[in-house]
Design a protein around this ligand. Structure first.
Ligand code: GLY
Ligand code: MN
Ligand code: MN
Length: 434
């Protein structure tokens, strides 16, 4: 039989924390649907992260209903056991084993969801459900909500209020528990070691695709489930495309090589970017840009402490990268003008950080009523400044054209300050030169 990734007590504890936030309400979390790749073959399945977070259940065709304080409190709807289907697609838990292994109070088959859910939700003041993310399930939920109104008849003919479960779960997921930190650190370490393997193999004549393959081999050999997102293996001018995913070029002497890739371990994500010279030596313009970005990146990591407003990271990045571009003559204006007029955005168009966890771009609210939120111990986030200078941009000095550089580490905010979970992959100029 398959197992749960964490002990069932881990999920029970998360549900206890959630219960304290929503007395009298219920949460409904459906699985993602499967996506057809072609004909009768599906894309690799990945469970919806909130459902994983509260139950650990990773099969499609499932849904969790959690009603704090009621009996039963935690109900899992799952696919029925089906010997014939299991011969083709492998093991399914079915209701009984799902109940035993995942420690829920009750489990039913998913085909009964629309019939049973109105009764379960009838006694709840409010329903937390993420609308508009899963249209197929939205249709089921609309029938269920009509069902609740129907059951209540004249005693309360309205529909139960629905609030976004995504925001609610984000508030829990933004604070990483000990078990999560352990999984994240392992995901980061596996990612860093795989980046080292790629670094050792990246030479002129090697293809981006084989380096992608090497990364996948390394993380899976180390026990990861695979990559946490489509890895970016971008040599030369390809690195100027932020999400270059073709990985179909050949590495050339004189070019830089940018790798943005991370392992998924116990469903937690690593997310590292490194950029280094294919031929083993930075050219002077490459080194000027790289060193400048690295300096900003290190300053940003130092800012990852409890109390720092999250938006300060972006502000500092804009200041630092703008100054760098002015100093190198890439932008011909004063630094203040570059910042105020947003001229930097042509070459630095993205955010410098995102939360990290079960999702690479993890759940959690970073501003409340438009006010930036201060970092807290237990947050995990990336720090990833970069510059992307198009090869055909005649407004910038020729020496810098066609260079794309990003440097990305994964940081855990602790009471003692920033803890860099991806430090095992070197980033100093001297370490990246052969
Ligand atoms: N790999 C996506 C990101 O760095 O955000
Ligand atoms: Mn990344
Ligand atoms: Mn990232």
């Amino acid at each position: 039989m398959r197992k749960s990734l964490f002990k069932k007590e881990v999920y029970a504890e998360r549900r206890r924390r959630l219960a304290a936030l929503i007395p009298g309400s219920a949460v409904v979390l459906p699985a993602w649907p499967e996506f057809i790749r072609n004909h009768d073959t599906s894309h690799k399945y990945r469970q919806e992260s909130n459902l994983l977070y509260l139950s650990g259940f990773d099969e499609p065709g499932s849904c969790l209903v959690f009603r704090p304080g009621q009996t039963p409190e935690t109900i899992l709807f799952v696919r029925e056991k089906d010997v014939e289907r299991e011969t083709w697609d492998g093991f399914r838990f079915g209701p009984q084993a799902a109940k035993d292994v995942f420690g829920v109070d009750e489990a039913f088959i998913i085909d009964d969801f629309e019939e049973k859910a109105p009764q379960l939700l009838r006694s709840c003041d409010k329903v937390y459900y993420s609308l508009f993310r899963n249209p197929e399930f939205d249709r089921k939920m609309s029938e269920v909500l009509k069902g609740v109104a129907h059951l209540n008849r004249r005693s309360n003919p309205g529909f139960p209020p629905v609030e976004d479960a995504y925001t609610l779960l984000g508030e829990l997921r933004i604070h990483k528990s000990e078990a999560e930190v352990e999984a994240l650190k392992k995901a980061c370490s596996i990612s860093a070691l795989a980046h080292q393997e790629v670094f050792k193999a990246a030479r002129p004549g090697v293809t981006e695709r084989e380096l992608h393959g090497l990364f996948l081999y390394s993380v899976m050999k180390q026990g990861a489930m695979g990559e946490a997102y489509g890895g970016i293996f971008a040599s030369g001018v390809n690195a100027v495309t932020l999400h270059y995913v073709f990985n179909e070029d050949v590495l050339k002497e004189g070019d830089l090589f940018l790798t943005d890739a991370g392992a998924e371990y116990l469903n937690y994500s690593g997310d590292i970017t490194r950029t280094y010279p294919v031929g083993g030596k930075f050219s002077t313009p490459q080194k000027e840009l790289y060193s400048g970005i690295l300096k900003v990146q290190k300053e940003l990591i130092e800012m990852c402490k409890p109390g720092t407003p999250f938006n300060k990271l972006q502000e500092h990045t804009v200041e630092g990268l703008s100054q760098l571009m002015v100093d190198l003559g890439i932008l011909k204006a004063s630094k203040n003008e570059v910042v105020e007029k947003g001229l930097y955005a042509k070459y630095y168009p993205h955010g410098v950080s995102h939360l990290l966890g079960l999702d690479t771009h993890d759940a959690g609210t970073l501003s409340v009523r438009s006010q930036p939120r201060a970092m807290e111990a237990g947050w995990a986030l990336t720090i990833e400044p970069g510059l992307y200078l198009p090869h055909d941009d005649e407004s910038i000095p020729e020496a810098y054209r066609g260079i794309g550089i990003r440097i990305e580490d994964d940081i855990l905010v602790t009471q003692e300050g920033p803890s860099n979970m991806t430090a095992e992959m070197p980033k100093e100029v001297a370490e990246l030169e052969r």
